[in-house]
Design a protein around this ligand. Structure first.
Ligand code: AMP
Ligand code: GLY
Length: 430
């Protein structure tokens, strides 16, 4: 099969890396890709949002499947534009991608179908929002309705902070994405990410992961796209997985089908494990980045076969095999990220780190310039490793990080801390 992956991040590098192992893959393209993806796929200077250009290329190259990585093309309806042109695409339609594209839509769907999530109120008027925030008190969560590159959520610890966030968002900080707000109850508990592959009717659980969203050690600093992840999340026991499938994932898939928006693709649930059971924080309609990197390191089965089956509505009967091992990914970002950062700094030879046992390096924002690797984004590299425990995977990943000479980069030094503490605790008790 000839496959085209859309996107340019670490997630897409991991998808290309996993697809390359498929016995049915004959040719792999990525648009636009990055400096690392270029080593395993043919990179194309095509914009993932440019449907006519994508269709022309896919028809000429006889592409059998397009795998859409990021949310923006999904929310923009690229999957159905390709399908309408007779090109098979993996990923939800715009109507189904509204689960991520409109937080208000997601909350209303949950309310209509009894899916456990934080209590909420939608508001598009500032005076109304202010009155609601004052009445509800803090802590309280303020969200822009639409896509805001992961920056549209404020978990406010005071009423003043919540009022300021509401005013900023409704005042146009995120453009049209912020013309409406969701104001939510603040959930307490441990956060986990859970992934399922969905074919419109059937949902197949993938695996769990835990992400580290803030820029600095100790979960401090500003929110980012994700500074590191590991899988599985120890908090996500088999019993909890069943509970999440039964109370959250399957009811959502059924609700979407019944409402005429069947969901096909990867459903990524951000969950809070609360005292009252797991509750949905948010949905994404794609793999997470960097969660995808650790999932792909653990997936034993043929990814391409699974994606083809999901797209064709044939997931019933498919089972996926996962390695028992843990996987952990440390993101190396450009100094300044998630604020302003410089592009173009030189990254030293990655070969020694990449050659370390059980280590895989995924590129997130790099390009090759005059034969040399340079940084070309905020998140630049994902240094990932596997091991019998998260502790081992973490030690291997950081040993590899320390072999990379890039003085304009930084990373958190505590990725996996929760699981490592649990493992230490378990070892002490054993
Ligand atoms: P999002 O951009 O929707 O992923 O939200 C960013 C982060 O905000 C989540 O990963 C949570 O840590 C936090 N968050 C969002 N909604 C809530 C909520 N209702 N209660 C507590 N934390 C939340
Ligand atoms: N790492 C979080 C996300 O991909 O949305």
């Amino acid at each position: 099969m000839k496959v085209l992956v859309l996107g340019s991040g670490g997630r897409e590098h991991a998808l290309c890396w996993a697809l390359r192992r498929s016995p049915t893959l004959s040719r792999l393209y990525c648009a636009p890709g990055n400096g690392g993806i270029a080593a395993i796929a043919e990179c194309l200077a095509l914009d993932p949002l440019d449907a006519p250009a994508l269709i022309a290329f896919c028809q000429e190259a006889a592409i059998d499947l397009v795998v859409i990585g990021p949310e923006a093309p999904l929310v923009a309806g690229i999957a159905e534009r390709l399908e309408e042109a007779g090109i098979a695409a993996f990923g939800p339609t715009a109507a189904a991608a509204a689960l991520e594209g409109s937080k208000g839509f997601m909350k209303d769907l949950c309310a209509r179908h009894g899916i456990p999530t934080a209590r909420y109120r939608r508001c598009d008027d500032l005076a109304q929002a202010q009155a609601h925030i004052r009445a509800a008190g803090a802590p309280i969560v303020i969200k822009a309705d639409g896509l805001a590159a992961g920056k549209g959520v404020v978990v406010a610890v005071s009423v003043e902070e919540a009022l300021a966030a509401a005013a900023e968002i409704l005042g146009g900080k995120f453009g049209a994405a912020g013309s409406s707000l969701v104001i939510e109850e603040c959930l307490q508990g441990e956060e986990v990410s859970f992934f399922a592959l969905v074919d419109g009717r059937t949902a197949l659980p993938l695996a769990s992961a835990q992400d580290h969203k803030t820029a600095l050690d100790g979960d401090r600093g500003p929110n980012t796209g994700g500074m590191g992840a590991y899988s599985p999340a120890p908090a996500m026991t088999p019993a909890l997985t069943e509970a999440v499938m039964d109370s959250i994932i399957r009811p959502t898939v059924t609700a979407m089908a019944d409402e005429g928006r069947p969901f096909r693709g990867v459903l990524f649930a951000g969950l809070m494990l609360t005292a009252e059971g797991p509750k949905l924080i948010e949905y994404n309609v794609r793999f997470g980045d960097p969660e995808c990197q650790v999932l792909m390191l653990r997936l034993e089965s043929d990814l391409l076969e699974a994606l083809v089956a999901a797209r064709a509505g044939r997931l019933d009967g498919i089972t996926l095999a996962w390695r028992e091992q843990a996987a952990l990914c440390v993101v190396m970002a450009a100094r300044g990220y998630p604020g302003a950062y410089a592009r173009g700094s030189l990254i030293g030879d990655l070969a020694p780190a990449a050659a370390a046992a059980n280590v895989t390096i995924f590129h997130a924002g790099t390009r090759i310039e005059d034969g040399r690797l340079v940084a070309d984004g905020g998140r630049v590299l994902g240094v990932a490793a596997t091991g019998d425990s998260v502790t081992k995977a973490q030690a291997r990943a950081y040993a590899a990080v320390d072999l990379i000479a890039w003085d304009q980069g930084f990373c958190r030094r505590d990725i996996g801390w929760r699981a490592v503490a649990r493992e230490k605790d378990g070892a002490t008790k054993a």
